[in-house]
Design a protein around this ligand. Structure first.
Ligand code: PLP
Length: 392
């Protein structure tokens, strides 16, 4: 008889995987034969640029890459990351000591808690926020203080609201701009305040720059552009969103040399870096023409405009997102996030993510992903417009 083995207490304390549940609901409705429009997830819908795919095809034939890659990644990839940051953000990085290759930013965002936190240490997390920050802090057994992101503060945390004892205790802070799920962007002044706070309280800042290329009005600011940022923190960047390479699993941590060293040490014990041909193609993407990146942002902008103007025409007062490929929509009066997401799901067959799934301060909002073609977004808007709540 097959035995059932009990999971470790570390596994038992993991939070529920919110996105997995969401994917299940959409799949179940499809199975029932409904034409479901899934705007609930953050999976880029468009293909990787052709020149990057070609680079992988060629590199796959190189026997050098059939061997184990160097443990911390090929030097040419780390050099490409440093060159990219120099060109795009004017930031100087030492490729060997200030760049770590990650199997996607998600990995690094979870690993950094294992690297820096002991049980009962404190971490500061944005609320609402990308759920994997909590996955990492839970695995480390750390305590967490949430920093509410409120509309009246442009969805930036109000550091003045944090107790000084909490700040003194905190070892790690997660930030993420352009933000998932609120679609807000940060400015240089906010990042300067962050560096000054982190210096005063000895906090390591981990800035998640996953949507770093997707800003609609201005080019998003890298945290690394802030004077002193490298002294107190790191930034995680990914190929997933900028180059539609979510399935390739390529990301980077850049910045503070001690944190990069810790990440590399942990990874030495867990992985042998990425397939060399994937690293080769990722370097080509970073070093090559960036037209596809700009075109992609234009595509999301068109989708954003279609969604926002359509919903406003229907009578739903929604703000336009400033960055990322999400829209963060306040639910109509009298509804909770979950109840309104349920209504959209069952009456319009449109999947959205209830804001409360990203933390208590997400209550009252829905996250909508701009990861469907314009026709599907138009169709979603038409179905939503017909709902009784918009008929008065
Ligand atoms: N950070 C944020 C805010 C995200 O939304 C995502 C993906 O959805 C990631 C990180 C993960 O990126 P990657 O594909 O590099 O693991």
């Amino acid at each position: 008889m097959s035995r059932t083995f009990s999971p470790s207490s570390m596994l038992q304390q993991l939070p529920e995987q919110f996105f997995a549940k969401l994917a299940g609901t959409a799949a179940a409705l499809k199975q029932e034969g409904h034409d479901v429009i899934n705007l609930g997830q953050g999976n880029p819908d468009l293909p990787t640029p052709e020149h990057v795919v070609q680079s992988l095809q060629e590199a796959a034939e190189n026997p050098l890459y059939h061997k184990y890659s160097p443990f911390t990644g090929w030097p040419f990839l780390k050099e490409a990351v440093a060159a990219y940051y120099k060109r795009e953000h004017g930031v100087t990085l030492d490729p060997e000591t200030e760049v770590a290759v990650l199997s996607g930013a998600k990995t690094g965002l979870v690993e950094i808690s294992q690297c820096l936190l002991n049980p009962d240490d404190r971490a500061l997390l944005p609320d609402p926020g990308y759920p994997d920050y909590l996955s990492g802090t839970s695995m480390a057994g750390a305590d967490v203080t949430f920093m509410p992101l409120k509309q009246e503060n442009q969805f930036l945390p109000d550091f003045g609201q944090l107790d000084s004892s909490v700040l003194d205790e905190a070892k790690l802070m997660f930030l993420n701009y352009p933000n998932n799920p609120t679609a807000a962007v940060a400015n240089s002044r906010f990042f300067e305040e962050t560096v000054s706070l982190a210096e005063r309280h000895g906090i390591c800042v981990c800035h998640d720059f996953a949507y770093g290329t997707i800003g609609y009005d201005e080019k998003p600011v890298s945290f690394m552009e802030t004077p002193g940022a490298k002294d107190i923190g790191v930034e995680m960047f990914t190929m997933s969103k900028a180059f539609n390479m979510a399935g390739w699993r390529v990301g980077f941590a850049v910045g503070n040399a001690s944190v990069i060293k810790h990440l590399n040490l942990l990874q030495d014990h867990l992985y042998v870096s990425l397939f060399g041909a994937v690293q080769h193609a990722a370097a080509d993407a970073l070093n090559g023409p960036q037209d596809s990146v700009r075109e992609l942002t234009d595509t999301y902008k068109k989708r954003r405009d279609l969604l926002i103007s359509g919903l406003r025409d229907a009578g739903w007062e929604v703000p336009a997102p400033a960055g990322s490929f999400f829209a963060w929509l306040p639910v109509p009066d009298g509804w909770t996030s979950e109840a309104f997401a349920d209504k959209l799901l069952h009456e319009a067959h449109v999947v959205t993510a209830p804001g409360s799934g990203f933390g208590p301060s997400g209550e009252g909002f829905l996250r909508v992903g701009l990861v469907q073609p314009e026709e599907r977004i138009q169709e979603a808007v038409e179905r939503i417009s017909k709902l009784d709540v918009f008929q008065q």
